[in-house]
Every structure is written in C-alpha cells, then in structure tokens.
Design a protein. Structure first.
Length: 200
C-alpha cells in the first residue's frame, strides 16, 4: 500500500518540472536537468523506452508530475534516511512504495486520487492530462498492455534509474543508473517477451 504524506517545502525555489512537450518525451537538455544538482540521481521516473512502450496517459505523470526524492537528515520527507519516495512536482505530496513491484500501483493511485485535486497542478497541465485520458478512453482497448506487464515494466524501469528494494522495506538508490543508452538485459528480455522488438 502507498502512503501519501504532505512534505513541507524546503526552500523558496523548489525543483521545477520540465516544460510540457507535445510527445511527453524530454529532450536531452531536459534529461540533463532531471538530475539533482547535488547528486547524479535522476529526478523523474521517465526512461527513454517509455516513449515506445507506454501510452501518453502513462507517460505524462512519469515525465511531468512525479519526482524521486531521497530522505535526508532533518528534512520533512516521511520514511528513513536514504529511503526514496515518489513526490508530486507541484505540491510535494509524497508516497513511499514498499518495493519496486508496487511502483505501478503507486503511480496509478497518484493519477486517480491526486492529480485531480492537487491544489498546485497548473490548469494548462490539468487540461492536457484530461484530454489524454479522454483520448485513451475513446481508443481501442485491444492492444493495451496488461496490468501484469505494466507492473513488471515499472519495476524494471526503476532498476534503470538505480532504484533497488531495501532489505528494511521501501526503495533506495542502491545501484548505478543505466546511462549507457542500451537497455539492461532484464528490461530488454521483458520487452521482447511482450512483443516489443526493435528496442535495444
């Protein structure tokens, strides 16, 4: 189960989300901005293969709405020091996935329960997201990936960002981020098993 908790802003200049782009895919410049200035940890959940594997409704929060935050001494993020949570770009509400396999459910809960009521979600972004949801609702459901696949994909994609399950529960940055431009063998195997050929 996810836990949503309010995080008090730490400064007058919080990290800003990347500009909304038509394809919901950050440019290389934006990807550079999606790392914290004090570390090499990524900020958002987006990875390049999202553009091929996920539809725009799934891409949108991963790229534009959710940042990764790491608990530090004396900050106001819930959890243990070093634990990583999923945090709203706009209001700093944070949830703590219990393990990588639950990230999909946490993001789904964020979409269904938080985006609509987020007090700081810009109206332009909200309107864009609502259009994407409506378009998805009207589109064919025949070729949509299963929830089991999406759950596995979200978990393996988190591994590309260096997230691992902590032995104490929750997530931590415990592995190198994959910046090679080539998908890991585990993620590539998952995608090929689901019929996504041509990715590397």
């Amino acid at each position: 189960m996810s836990r949503m908790n309010k995080k008090r802003p730490e400064s007058d200049n919080p990290i800003q989300p990347p500009d909304l782009v038509q394809s919901a895919i950050p440019s290389s410049d934006v990807q550079d901005q999606q790392k914290t200035p004090e570390s090499n940890n990524p900020i958002c959940l987006f990875i390049p293969s999202d553009a091929t594997v996920l539809d725009p409704v799934h891409n949108f929060p991963r790229c534009h709405c959710i940042k990764l935050v790491e608990k530090r001494e004396n900050d106001h993020i819930p959890g243990r020091v070093g634990q990583v949570g999923l945090c709203c770009f706009y209001c700093d509400e944070t949830c703590l996935p219990s393990k990588r396999d639950t990230i999909y459910e946490n993001v789904l809960s964020f979409q269904q329960n938080h985006l609509e009521i987020c007090p700081a979600f810009p109206e332009k972004m909200k309107a864009k997201y609502k259009r994407l949801v409506q378009q998805e609702y009207l589109s064919s459901k025949d070729n949509r990936p299963s929830q089991a696949f999406l759950r596995a994909y979200y978990a393996e994609a988190a591994g590309e960002l260096g997230l691992v399950d902590s032995p104490y529960g929750g997530l931590v940055f415990g592995a190198p981020q994959n910046t090679s431009g080539v998908l890991s063998k585990r993620l590539l195997s998952l995608l090929k098993s689901a019929g996504y050929n041509g990715l590397r």
